[in-house]
Write a protein that binds this ligand. Structure first.
Ligand code: UDX
Length: 437
């Protein structure tokens, strides 16, 4: 919304939430999320044509277009628990829009939703329409965290799905016009609603599948003496495969991949396609395998026990340049090591101590988890160092200094293939990466 406000000076954008603290944060000097360049974009438009408010009713009433951008977490209860998307927040929004609107509205699904959700929103709105016309569009977001501003500024495509009726096409045109302020028209794709909804899930499933595929090969590389980065490079030069999203790692995290694949799996089951469901579920199973495999390797390398050993964890976010930890591989790896009674010392440049403790379900008194101010504090007297997020600053650390203050043998496990292992081994480390036999 900040980007729309920034690019479309003649439109007024009001972001509403019922959470006062969150809105206050958006109105303050310190925004509630860390994202490179977001500060500049928000601060340039805030107070001019970008507003943050808790006055949900008035804002809906005054708007021509309402974007629904609420959480759609994986359901934790009842039918479809663990797989289906929890749509209660979406439904609440739809009912709110129906309740307070006093004219026609275009309602845009921005949240990632299961296929045919637009139909549910439409039914709720139409049942309560009292003569008003509601057009539902699907406009999934493809930005990635850490590069959100660049992705929004220069998207590969903008996707807009809507009813293929005269009123639906007119609504699509209205939203196309918003994006056309900065996105070239050949990059604005329009489809029917269901294709748009399904494209979002499919895009994330394909991206995650590439990571699971290369991670599967990384295990084979370790067994055979091949180097997964060399394999990735060799296959990535095939223009049909392409080089992106082939970086082997401790496993993908983030708020989208797992949730969206689970959602896809649930949909396939629902529509009587268990073989298709199983196929996609394999992507998640491989990701789980990769996370646990990494933790197991740490334990086995440290002479089969990490009990009471200090393990330094560098990086807790699910990727660099974000403070987001949702589904971060680091959570699972730390939990496995805590189960083995290791003492872990964690440092991340952006994630707060409170967030880390919450993710690991430990309090400040827990003797197994220490949160550190920097990488040197975390690695002091450690038996092993684990790189779990590919933060640039980890490349610039003084590894000689780190080595000199560690227990020997000093093990280093680079879960992101970020560092030069040869250099580290020259210093004296017993360093290993992912997928390097
Ligand atoms: C993803 C999609 O990329 C984006 O289009 C969608 O809108 C939301 O979900 P995001 O979760 O922010 O974005 O991050 P992404 O860059 O896709 O990374 C996801 C995870 O995969 C991270 O944990 C990352 O470290 C990992 N990853 C990514 C790899 O392990 N290897 C790779 O080659 C790429």
């Amino acid at each position: 919304m900040a980007m729309i406000a920034h690019k479309c000076a003649d439109h007024t954008v009001t972001v509403v939430d019922i959470n006062q603290a969150r809105i206050d944060a958006w109105n303050s000097a310190e925004l509630p999320i860390y994202e490179p360049e977001l500060d500049e974009v928000v601060k340039a438009a805030r107070g001019k044509n970008l507003f943050f408010s808790t006055d949900v009713d008035t804002s809906i009433r005054e708007a021509e277009i309402v974007f629904i951008s609420v959480n759609t977490p994986t359901k934790t209860y009842g039918v479809g628990a663990g797989r289906a998307a929890d749509l209660r927040f979406i439904e609440k929004c739809a009912r709110k829009i129906a309740e307070v609107s006093d004219g026609d509205k275009i309602v845009v699904e921005k949240s990632t939703l299961p296929v045919r959700t637009a139909e549910s929103i439409k039914r709720i709105l139409e049942a309560n329409s009292k003569g008003r016309d509601f057009q539902i569009l699907s406009n999934p977001e493809f930005l990635a965290e850490g590069t959100a501003i660049a992705d929004l500024q220069n998207p590969d495509r903008v996707l807009i799905g809507g009813d293929q009726t005269p009123a639906g096409l007119a609504a699509i045109k209205k939203l196309v016009d918003v994006y056309a302020a900065w996105v070239p028209s050949d990059k604005i794709l329009t489809t029917n609603v269901w294709s748009s909804e399904l494209s979002k899930l499919t895009a994330n499933a394909f991206l995650a599948q590439r990571i699971s595929s290369i991670n599967a090969i990384s295990a084979l590389c370790e067994a055979t003496g091949a180097n997964v980065d060399e394999v990735a490079n060799a296959i990535g030069t095939d223009s049909r495969i392409g080089p992106k999203f082939l970086k082997s790692s401790v496993g993908f995290g983030g708020s989208c991949f797992q949730k969206d694949i689970l959602n896809l799996v649930y949909l396939c089951d629902h529509f009587g396609l268990p073989d298709v469901a199983n196929y996609w579920h394999g992507v998640i199973a491989m990701n789980d395998y990769q996370k646990h495999r990494f933790a197991r390797r740490v334990v086995s390398t440290l002479f089969n026990t990490v009990s009471d050993k200090k393990i330094a964890v560098l990086g807790f976010a699910f990727k660099k340049d974000t403070n987001d930890t949702r589904e971060s591989a680091a959570i699972y790896i730390c939990q496995d090591l805590i189960d083995e009674q290791a003492n872990i010392a964690i440092y991340d440049p952006k994630v707060t101590a409170q967030q880390i403790r919450q993710d690991l379900k430990v309090d400040e008194q827990n003797p197994h988890v220490t949160i550190c101010e920097d990488a040197y504090e975390a690695t002091k007297d450690a038996h092993a160092v684990l790189i779990l997020t590919e933060w640039d600053e980890f490349k610039a650390l003084d590894y000689k200094r780190i080595y000199d203050q560690m227990q020997l043998p000093a093990f280093l496990f680079d879960g992101r293939n970020l560092l030069d292992l040869e250099q580290l081994n020259q210093i004296g480390f017993e360093a290993s990466g992912i997928g390097r036999g």
